[in-house]
Design a protein around this ligand. Structure first.
Ligand SMILES: [Ca+2]
Length: 329
């Protein structure tokens, strides 16, 4: 016995079959995706300790390189040096034989079943938001942040209130009572900034993203306080009083020129400044030729998986380089 469906019913059956196929496709695709995620998680979990040890090994390599300095460069940190990824020697000393530590690889270093690469950046190439003198902050807010003179106190007082330990707001500042009325509410830090992104929470800066980005690019929260004139960009130097783009560029060019070379003393900036009729006395107070705080970015790889780790190091002496933090990204 055979059943024959009416033409109308056959159409409905076809639609039902197509809906079922579409639903099954969605279910199967979802299942396949979740299996892939599960497999990746399982693989990551298996590699976690290995990845972490690759990350830590990268930090140890950075500490070792930062403990070493070429002869005659013991009091100076500059971009031609090994830690900064430079050629190690100045053009004038290019024929000198490299020492074994200067020939160590910093990228794709093989270890166990993986590799790691490191990149070291000194924090003294930027200004320090916690120790920048108020007149300098005022100067930067007005001259580089485009803030009207009458509004500058909002930024200065708010930043001071954010960092000072009490809850007494300055005339134009803000403490917890202001921030607790925000959504979501938060307390005033009442301590130094740990990271420059904290500025986003401070009255004035949080309402002015373009000003915040000037500070985020050129300031750090953790450094020795002075700017290393051997590593700072022209953009950072330009923020100092009396500077303009041409003068800042000249200071940077001088440190790579044959007649200049890296600065061996902050007083030496007087030489490139001479042609601008300046002597550099107004900005020397902000400058150093050494760095003490270094951020290390380690990229660990095992097979096709990779992970980034960030560490902050403080060099108290070549034999005492401390890890301030270490975490994966
Ligand atoms: Ca306070």
């Amino acid at each position: 016995m055979t059943f024959r469906l009416a033409k109308h019913d056959r159409g409905i059956a076809l639609i039902i079959v197509m809906i079922i196929i579409a639903a099954l496709t969605i279910v199967v695709t979802g299942f396949a995706y979740s299996m892939r995620v599960e497999a990746k998680l399982a693989r990551n979990t298996r590699f976690n300790p290995d990845m972490d040890w690759l990350g830590r090994s990268g930090v140890e390599l950075a500490r070792y390189l930062l403990s070493k300095r070429a002869r005659g460069e013991e009091q100076m940190d500059a971009l031609h040096q090994k830690w900064a990824g430079g050629p190690c020697r100045l053009p004038t000393d290019a024929t000198d034989e490299l020492e074994p530590w200067e020939e160590l690889e910093m990228t794709n270093v093989k270890l166990g079943n993986g590799t790691f690469s490191i990149k070291i950046t000194d924090m003294e190439r930027k200004l320090n938001i916690n120790s920048a003198p108020e007149p300098l902050l005022r100067f930067i807010l007005e001259m580089h942040g485009g803030v009207d003179a009458i509004d500058v106190d909002v930024y200065i007082d708010s930043l001071r209130d954010w960092m000072d330990p009490d809850e007494n707001a300055g005339l134009n500042g803000a403490e917890s009572d202001v921030y607790l009325s925000e959504s979501p509410p938060y307390y005033s830090k009442n301590g130094p900034l740990d990271h420059i992104t904290e500025l986003k929470l401070v009255q004035g800066f949080r309402e002015n993203p373009s000003l915040y980005s000037v500070f985020a690019k050129n300031f750090t929260a953790i450094s020795g306080g002075l700017i290393n004139v051997n590593t700072a960009s022209a953009q950072v130097l330009e923020l100092l009083p009396g500077m303009d783009p041409d003068i800042a560029n000249e200071i940077v060019m001088f440190r790579t020129s044959p007649e200049g070379g890296p600065y061996r003393n902050p007083n030496q900036i007087g030489v490139p400044l001479e042609r601008f009729g300046m002597n550099g006395s107004s900005i020397q107070q902000f400058l150093a030729i050494e760095s003490a705080t270094f951020e290390v970015e380690v990229t660990a790889k095992i097979g096709s998986d990779s992970r980034k780790y960030i560490s902050l190091l403080r060099r108290l002496s070549p034999k005492d380089i401390r890890i301030l933090y270490f975490h994966s990204q």
